[in-house]
Design a protein around this ligand. Structure first.
Ligand code: URA
Length: 277
């Protein structure tokens, strides 16, 4: 989005200062940096805003920084799982704030809630579905209905991740009426949001759940059957395709395939980060 966002500016500054972790206890974000600061930082001048008020001065050279940001723009959203707060969390919160009133397509008029996504901003794995259904639209959270409960079981069946450790989102952030398949123009409007989420989170692996997610991410019209059983590349991130949990609810026969796909996702993860095991 081209509009300026003071929170994003702040985050960019924090990144440049080497700040990696942000505590938001008591709704009052305190940011600390692990790395010595290379030079005494100067804050960019900007019109007075709640972000600038409440901020402490930069630490002297070589000391750990500790700055207080205004709590106002960084309320802890419902979708943020209980993990250490981070610059990525702030970026995601800012991005959500940027786009949550989206009216780029008619779904903006019919949705109850914009469904940004849910989980760990530092997730190593992202699961991407199609679009919110009725339950998700009502709660403003992805995969909270029957298919979502099954997705939680699928994720946790690997004994590698808990649901709250990964990040879950959809290609579309708004519910298509009657849960119809997203239209190509809706996918085209919404895809940049997903791409930005991936860019912020920088997962090590992506699992596309079902045809809509796989086709949107890989820009193909191929079926899940054709796209399964191989590794794809999404801007340098290995991507695997499996059946959507809702398809499993309809046809039990996909269970074995999804189990195989999850095993392969876990195998790849272990191969990529042996030091984590
Ligand atoms: N199906 C999806 O693709 N996403 C959800 O969030 C729920 C059901």
């Amino acid at each position: 989005m081209s509009q300026s966002n003071p929170l994003k500016d702040r985050i960019e500054l924090l990144r440049r200062l080497g700040v990696r972790y942000v505590s938001m206890e008591g709704q009052e974000p305190v940011v600390s940096g692990e790395n010595p600061i290379p030079e005494t930082p100067t804050l960019p001048s900007r019109p007075p805003s709640p972000m600038v008020e409440g901020e402490s001065v930069a630490a002297p050279l070589g000391q750990t920084t500790s700055r207080v940001l205004s709590p106002e723009p960084t309320h802890r959203p419902q979708w943020l799982s209980a993990t250490p707060e981070s610059v990525q969390a702030m970026e995601l919160i800012a991005f959500d704030q940027d786009i949550c009133r989206c009216q780029k397509c008619p779904l903006g008029q019919t949705r109850k809630n914009f469904v940004f996504g849910m989980g760990n901003p530092l997730a190593e794995v992202m699961f991407v579905g199609e679009a919110p259904g009725a339950d998700e639209d009502a709660q403003g959270l992805p995969f909270v209905g029957r298919a979502g409960q099954l997705l939680t079981k699928i994720i946790q069946s690997t004994n590698t991740w808990k649901r709250e450790e990964v990040f879950i989102c959809n290609v579309l952030k708004c519910r298509p009426p009657g849960n119809r398949t997203p239209l190509p123009e809706e996918v085209d409007q919404c895809r940049p949001y997903l791409e930005e989420q991936i860019q912020i989170i920088k997962p090590k692996l992506i699992m596309a759940l079902g045809a809509s997610a796989a086709q949107a991410l890989l820009r193909t019209k191929d079926s899940v059957g054709k796209l399964r059983n191989k590794w794809h590349d999404f801007n340098g991130v290995p991507l695997r395709v499996t059946y959507h949990p809702a398809a499993l609810l309809r046809f039990d026969g996909y269970k074995k395939d999804v189990w195989e796909d999850m095993k392969e996702l876990t195998r790849k993860y272990v191969e990529m980060i042996p030091k984590n095991i």
